[in-house]
Design a protein around this ligand. Structure first.
Ligand SMILES: [Zn+2]
Length: 265
């Protein structure tokens, strides 16, 4: 049975983002054996997270995420991306797609992790029903900084039952947040690292400034996006592989990734 995607319930996904998600998934596949587990995140939700992050500037935002108990990972995909080091039962709700997200807090890199005391009382009672408890997974943003956990991030992750994710964005105009690059750690970039626009006449004066960086996409907030990074990790520090999936549970770029894999084997 063929299905048409007309952006129905989920809203349209930007073409450029779809391409970046395909390339990210290919990287995820090729690096699968360096991960201990995988988690599937819907592309329409991922796009929403990027828009929220940029709309909330200059703050970082903390997002609580839950799985859909009726949406286990597609088994064919799960099998395809399974690591030789795979551990079942590493975290809560492992094996289920992330399908729900709520902004829970905003602040700086420290305060963003400190939730208001009454945060479960009113804000979520209607949307989260009787379970209005803690979320399974968490994501927070790093505006104009790489998606690499700080010490505060690692501390906050100790309370997490599922996984912690970090979304790093490089964008302009920078506002009060110039790109901060001095962080050690493994980066997972969607597509390529931000690079200067190739120009016949290099403008020496502005070389290296965001004015000259290639733009991968424009957000509804008007920001030019130069680079997107996304990582997930378990509180033990183990990295979790993120697979960005469409409404039917298949990774963006699925056919291409399978064909590359098949021709290699
Ligand atoms: Zn952080």
């Amino acid at each position: 049975m063929s299905k048409k995607h007309l952006g129905r319930l989920s809203g349209m996904i930007e073409q450029w983002l779809e391409e970046l998600m395909s390339s990210y998934n290919l990287d995820s596949f090729e690096a699968k054996n360096s991960y201990t587990a995988q988690i599937h995140l819907r592309g329409n939700l991922f796009q929403k997270l990027i828009w929220w992050a940029l709309k909330s500037l200059p703050d970082e935002i903390l997002i609580g995420m839950d799985v859909d108990p009726n949406s286990p990972h597609n088994q064919e995909v799960e099998e395809f991306f399974r690591s030789e080091q795979n551990v079942d039962g590493l975290f809560q709700s492992q094996g289920y797609c992330i399908s729900e997200a709520h902004i829970v807090n905003r602040g700086n890199s420290f305060s963003v992790h400190h939730l208001p005391e009454d945060w479960t009382d009113d804000i979520f009672s209607s949307s989260r029903g009787s379970r209005a408890g803690r979320f399974t997974h968490w994501l927070h943003t790093h505006p104009n900084a790489p998606a690499i956990p700080s010490e505060a991030d690692a501390d906050a992750a100790q309370e997490t039952q599922g996984v912690d994710m970090i979304l790093g964005l490089r964008f302009s105009p920078e506002g009060p947040l110039p790109w901060f690059d001095a962080v050690e750690g493994v980066r997972r970039i969607l597509g390529d690292e931000a690079k200067p626009i190739k120009s016949e006449k290099p403008k020496r004066r502005w070389f290296g400034s965001n004015k000259d960086l290639q733009v991968i996409g424009i957000a509804p907030s008007g920001h030019k996006i130069h680079e997107i990074q996304l990582i997930a990790f378990h509180k033990s520090g183990l990295a979790v592989n993120v697979i960005l999936i469409d409404d039917d549970g298949f990774p963006y770029g699925w056919e291409k990734i399978k064909s590359i894999h098949t021709s290699n084997s």
